[in-house]
Design a binder for this molecule. Structure first.
Ligand code: NDP
Length: 293
């Protein structure tokens, strides 16, 4: 067989929102036969023009191919769209953002209907889809068999990272990374607020801030090592006692600049609580244990 005659896996895709449309285009561009369905039919016109077959119902779309990918608004819309479809013998890949508990329940739901189930958390925005150098990927969890069976097809729009048989792990990884992102954005917001009223050009400040965040990011590896070893004190260079002693400087500076401490305050409160509990010679890893209830 020559390269051109290798059959590409046929895909059914439910959901042609911004993300679904980007996924559809990537599969079509790579030569995968694609059947699509969208609740609002008009949204299918663009991908139909690029070669997608448009099913007139979700049930017909599901019946068209063994691999069924859904990318809808939320878990409730997945339940609604798939109600009345026959999933027996299908491999259901759910790229809809949901909680770990919703993903686990959806995996059970699919199993009860005779379908294999793989959950996905998309770490990309639509313009990154179909652009390998953009670095987007999807966390997958659930059936390893389903993942292995469709690995190459799933890797067409964005990269794939399988994180375990527990169907909830993809959503958990997704939310964990995005939560860290919001923490970073919170820190950046506070930093910009500090300089906001001064004669400092934010566009000159931004590269300094970005470089600093990048320089600090590898600290997560030391945190992980300490969580694994259980020793939060070995090799610590900036201990908690010293860092807590520095917090009045940060709070006074915020006050002097007329900036609310509402983003930094809760983190400093955790630091003080850990110090009061005897963690003065640790780094900041012990704060994680205070968060876990
Ligand atoms: P859009 O809002 O653009 O599209 C939502 C899709 O869900 C549409 O196809 C809509 O159909 C459909 N839908 C909504 N409710 C129902 C329902 N009750 N029954 C059937 N279909 C329904 O969202 P996106 O495409 O951007 O996002 C899709 C998923 O991808 C979400 O879970 C999102 O969190 C995730 N995601 C999106 C990213 C992004 O940047 N866009 C990034 C990472 C993940 P209709 O056209 O009829 O309204």
């Amino acid at each position: 067989m020559t390269r051109n005659t290798v059959e590409k896996t046929s895909v059914t895709l439910l959901g042609l929102g911004a993300m679904g449309t980007a996924l559809a285009r990537a599969w079509l561009a790579a030569g995968h036969p694609l059947t699509v369905w969208n609740r609002t039919p008009a949204r299918a016109a663009a991908v139909a023009a690029e070669g997608a077959r448009v099913a007139d119902s979700a049930a017909a779309a599901v019946a068209a191919n063994p691999l069924v990918v859904v990318c809808l608004l939320d878990d409730a819309s997945v339940g609604e769209a798939l109600a009345g479809t026959d999933l027996a013998g299908r491999d259901l890949v759910n790229l809809t953002t949901c909680t770990p508990a919703q993903a686990r329940a959806r995996a059970e739901w699919a199993r009860a209907r005779g379908a294999g189930y793989l959950d996905g958390g998309i770490m990309a925005v639509p313009p990154m889809v179909g652009v390998p150098q953009a670095g987007g990927y999807v966390f997958y969890s659930g059936s390893r068999e389903v993942f292995e069976r469709h690995r190459e097809t799933l890797a067409v729009p964005v990269g794939t990272t399988y994180v375990g048989q527990d169907a909830g792990f993809a959503a958990l990884h997704d939310v964990a990374l995005l939560s860290a992102m919001y923490g970073m954005f919170a820190g950046a917001a506070h930093a910009f607020a500090l300089i906001r009223k001064e004669d400092i050009d934010p566009t000159s400040f931004a590269p300094l801030l970005a470089d600093w965040l990048v320089a600090m990011a590898p600290a997560v590896h030391r945190t992980a090592d300490r969580l694994r070893s259980g020793d939060y004190t070995e090799g610590v260079v900036s201990d908690l006692a010293m860092q807590v002693a520095g917090t009045p400087t940060f709070l006074s500076t915020a006050e002097q600049q007329g900036v609310s401490p509402e983003l930094l305050g809760p983190y400093f409160a955790l630091m003080r609580r850990r110090l009061a509990g005897g963690g003065g010679d640790e780094d900041l890893t012990g704060l994680i244990d205070l968060l876990v209830r």
